[in-house]
Design a protein around this ligand. Structure first.
Ligand code: FPP
Length: 254
């Protein structure tokens, strides 16, 4: 099971092991060019490709992208269906490239809301790439952090109904295995493009001690240079996990 940053101090390096990204600004990128919002999402797929390549080359082991939130169903119907089409296309076209790059694909979220064809493609892509371990690429689709905590709680109580009458036995180690990314370490670096500074119900349980990086750059313009800048910023962070700076320094020099 992955280490919990609130229970023990994880070992961290100069390059983040796990990067989580909110790919924001597609609509504004398109608007600035008098294009429909959907053109921004289509362009955004190219940035996804670049991010996968850059992370793989830099030695990042887990890249998690927020493609569609539980709240994105509130968008206009044509935009939602374009996003679904892009997702289907990407799964049909990109799996061979992921195989060549040694990338293992995972999709997390409430997939029951998706059309059966999309659910099948997801299952096939996950199965085809299951032996790769260069980079774990996780797409969060119809995902919400609160949904994740609730589905984990339901699954835990179904497995261990005695916890209802013994609530003091419930601690985070009980819940952690049921979270949808239980197999991955907690994100080291969160990146949000597009100028907004919020987490938007992304991996809210898992990001208790994640470093937060915000950039004005719109997602379709976010390429290798911009991602390496974020890694450089991350390298300068002092990750204290509740300790004092003096404690961190004395450990580094001992
Ligand atoms: C946010 O920008 C972006 C999204 C809700 C969707 C992101 C999807 C992609 C990058 C393409 C598909 C991805 C995969 C993995 C196939 P926004 O629309 O909120 O932009 P705005 O804030 O400028 O309006």
């Amino acid at each position: 099971m992955a280490i919990s940053s609130t229970r023990e101090v994880p070992v961290t390096g100069a390059i983040p092991t796990h990067v989580a990204i909110v790919m924001d600004g597609n609509g504004r990128w398109a608007h600035a060019r008098l294009l429909p919002r959907t053109a921004g999402h289509a362009k955004g797929v190219q940035s996804v490709r670049r991010a996968v390549e850059t992370c793989g080359a830099a030695g990042v082991k887990y890249l998690t992208l927020f493609a569609f939130s539980s709240e994105n169903w509130r968008r206009p119907a044509d935009e939602v269906s374009l996003l679904m089409r892009l997702f289907v296309q990407a799964l049909e076209r990109e799996v061979a490239r992921l195989q060549d790059q040694g990338v293992r694909l995972h999709v997390v979220g409430d997939l029951s809301a998706f059309e059966p064809k999309l659910q099948d493609l997801i299952a096939q892509a996950e199965q085809k790439t299951q032996h790769n371990d260069q980079l774990h690429l996780t797409i969060a689709a119809n995902y919400g952090g609160r949904w994740d905590i609730l589905q984990a709680t339901r699954a835990l109580l179904a497995a261990r109904p005695e916890l209802v009458t013994n609530p003091n036995e419930l601690d985070e180690t009980c819940l952690a295995p049921y979270l949808s990314m239980a197999w991955a370490p907690e994100p080291d670096l969160f990146i949000r493009t597009g100028g907004e500074q919020r987490m938007s119900n992304f991996l809210i349980w898992q990001m208790a001690y994640t470093e937060l990086y915000f950039t004005e750059c719109y997602w379709p313009d976010f390429g290798e240079t911009e991602l390496l800048e974020a890694f450089e910023w991350y390298r300068t962070r002092e990750r204290r996990f509740g300790r004092t700076s003096a404690q961190v320094h004395s450990l580094a020099t001992s």
